[in-house]
Design a protein around this ligand. Sequence first.
Ligand code: KG4
Ligand code: ZN
Length: 360
Amino acid sequence: MKILAIETSCDETAIAILEIKKTGSKTGFRILSNIVSSQMKLHAKWGGVVPSLAKREHIKNLPIVLKKALKEADLLKPNVNLIAVTNGPGLEPALWTGINFAKELAEKWGKPLIGVNHLEGHLFSVFLKENREFQISNFQFPIIALLVSGGHTQLVLVKDLLKYKILGETRDDAAGEAFDKVARMLNLGYPGGPAIAKTAFQYKVFARPEVLRRQKIELPRPMINSKDYDFSFSGLKTAVLYKVKELEKSDASSFRLHVPEICAEFQQAVIDVLISKTLRAAKEYKTKTIILAGGVAANKELRSQMKKTVQKSINASCFMLPASKYTGDNAAMIALAAYFRYKKMPVKKRAIKAQGNLKI
Ligand code: KG4
Ligand code: ZN
């Protein structure tokens, strides 16, 4: 079967077509097309995503992205079997554009339509690798999944296929949001995650040893020792703001010189908290499989430090994460999640609504 998926929950207009083939007991997947049209440059001017602009751009981009997706998949006729669309969580005006477009297509082509949870999409993204063809490997439940994006930071216990329990989530800013806000404070532009990661990398690699030894910026690791699995990144962001003010006051001219050190310490503070809580959850729930997904999972330091810690601390562990090109929002992950949802419960009606706060 072929699934065409549409994703418009934030600032990417994305459409992908996924083919699923069964041979014997094996199921093979192939991404026939995966088009992502980013509005990043437009929103960068405003320092963050503007919902009304996102809506306008999605409406403009959707027909173009659809054309490209069908062409890349070499499907002149829309011979797909199912249409899937993200119905939450996300920005409601943006979600509605995708849903309305999907409903029209489903009507026109006479195909069933299914709504998909964006976070469930990110979870399934761990199966998406560089290669367009892939199979789902065997893994053991329960799984601990850390979902870190611009809108969410959640630790999820995956008890079984499509069965979740949220163990903890952020009480204020999401990790990606904190990256974006701190980058804005430091005038590094939007989106903040890649900018901070790049500056922190330069600091770690190029700073002279005596500079590294003299490191004087220390930031808190909020809630790292709290007994629950919740997170809080707003205090960390404020700590950066105070540090910036303090440095500007004492030595305004050399403040820019401290920016790389602030980035490295801020990034490490976020990583320390994320890894510590994920590992504690993995131990408590005796899981050997850990998933890292969402936009922030593009962070190379987070990827490598988490991998190392998991291998060291949990015996025979399995660490799953998406290829970097699938960490951000895309529709291939929505198509894959749709396949598993549809298998469990084939849809009959088209009453899909945008739900900004939809839970996994
Ligand atoms: O999943 P995503 O594309 O969109 C949402 O669902 O929110 O995540 C976007 C977030 C942004 O906050 C962005 O700054 C962050 O992911 N991000 C990163 C990196 N690349 C993107 N954060 C840290 N390091 C990165 N390399
Ligand atoms: Zn996302």
